[in-house]
Write a protein that binds this ligand. Sequence first.
Ligand code: FAD
Length: 597
Amino acid sequence: MTKKYDVEIPVLIVGGGGAGLTSSILLSRLGIESLLVTRYPSTTHVPRAHMLNQRSMEIFADMGVDSQIRAKGAPQEYMSRIGFLSGLAGGGPKNGHGRRIGSIEAWGGGYTDPEYVAASPQAAANLSLRRSEPVLKKHAERYDHAAIRFNHELVGLEQDAAGVTSTVLDRGTGETYTVRSRYLLGADGGRTVGELAGVQLSGPEKIMTLTSMYLSMDLSPYLDEAEDAVFHWIFNPDHPRHLGWGAVLVPEGPEWGRKSKEWVLHVTGEGMDASQPEKMVQWAREAVGLPDIDIEVLTIAEWDMGGYLADDFRAGRVFMLGDAAHKVPPAGGLGLNAAVQDAYNLCWKLAAVLDGRAGDALLDTYSAERRPVNQHNLDTAMQAAPAQFGAAEVMGLSPDKSAEENWAALRLFWEDGPGAVERRHAFTQWLGNLTLVFHQHNTDFGYTYDSPAIVGDSTPAPAPLDAIRLYQPSTRPGHPLPHAWVDRAGERTALRELIHGGHFALIAGEDGHDWVEAATQIAEQRKLPLRAARVGLGDVDFVDTRLAWTKQREISTTGAVLVRPDGHVAFRSAASVDDPAAVLSAAFRRILHTDGE
Ligand SMILES: Cc1cc2nc3c(=O)[nH]c(=O)nc-3n(C[C@H](O)[C@H](O)[C@H](O)COP(=O)(O)OP(=O)(O)OC[C@H]3O[C@@H](n4cnc5c(N)ncnc54)[C@H](O)[C@@H]3O)c2cc1C
């Protein structure tokens, strides 16, 4: 009998970027077979998406790739701030060139900001996709559950009540084949799947067009004051026509700080043309103020800063992830992070449904939970992007002034004179606005879910101190589990590690034996991966020696918190109840959408 389809697989993943590769690893780890197809023969050559926030690093820790990412990424001491520099050329800092005009701490200041240290066991990391994608690819290929096919492109898709039939082109041979899957993950950056599945994208207009030059050059002699910056924002008075938005210079590694061999320079302005490398090299030399520097062009790309959001992240058996579902201006670095976090929300649900432990309606909560988060991301980034304008003006610089006049304005930052303190303070005030970009801790880390896969406890949501900038830990259902280092047998562990490997976690107080017993029994009956523990002081499984959990848990010694495999609290009880087994069973029925049982 001839086979109806060339490949039959539970999940087809389309796209081998951050969203697709993360999904592949997460599904494999949960024992779900998948096939990933992606259009190009290799991982990306484009060095975008370098900031990996704390939440993504927590997810990478769960996936077992955090240490490889960190080993290749910038050391924390080179990640503390964004530096504003005058042009690099001339006699160096002594005459103003290459001098730091100001700086602002970013993404937790290289894990020195106490708020960021208290919030997570993971520091943010700095490694662009060009170097992180190969790490993810290698890891994804290690699992027997996953087939990874580069140079294979989805060209057709039809779905019915039972599954999705896709047509894939093998670009190496030119032949097509069919894939039948129960579900399809559209992680293709918004290029094909959305249109084929009828997903509508809507969103704001573009903000600006930028040209990003990926260059190899030796800047080590010119960057005396700039070792510790995630990136440098350069305003070079020698070339007034570059002073509008300035130029953003991002080290790319493989060594870091001033020793970086590769750099990305983001510029904007009249007359740029990505198709003319010679012209753009000239532009780059002027922007940094090094007219004679040797530059090797690796790539140049022009792109529009803007955003969109899919109206629904689910279309039947097709799910949209990452840029396929949402795009944001890269003000704060939310794009790749959100892609990774989409996958973390969806994959445990898919695995539970495919294994028969949850009802299909659980999958509706993917869009119900991730769409509002990504709407907030988009709103944050659209608000943050314009906050980056106006630096030149507040420094007293203008394209309409001569180079001498602009240098005179800038000199007030390092020479005392009339108006110097006022100028410096005006710039400091302007830097404060940039917390919208570089301190988005509630947006990028504290996001919460509200859906039928969360059992609310009727407590009011905490009033946000600042919905973008300030993360407020809470165990209220829907919130991410607050971080606490706890100890067992002399070893320190992060409480969130209880969920690693796709586990639910039941965390009870010191006197919560009944909760632990009930949760363990239910998990056995339902064949659910679950870890249950009592945490606190005294006769407990994990000792809260720093009282970090006690301070944040918002339950009594007889209460319990149930955490989903994606780290979000699904249910909590402030104290003991008469029948914890009945209460927890009802909670699991609700969370897993098995109400018909
Ligand atoms: C300049 C810049 C800086 C940025 N900085 C940051 C940052 O610091 N932090 C951050 O989090 N984000 C950042 N971003 C955003 C980030 O790059 C994206 O949001 C993220 O890479 C999206 O990942 P993805 O997997 O969804 O899509 P992509 O990376 O676009 O991957 C999609 C994949 O699908 C493949 N594909 C497309 N069509 C098909 C098809 N028909 N069949 C098979 N395969 C297909 C593509 O070839 C590609 O490999 C930045 C973006 C820009 C432009």
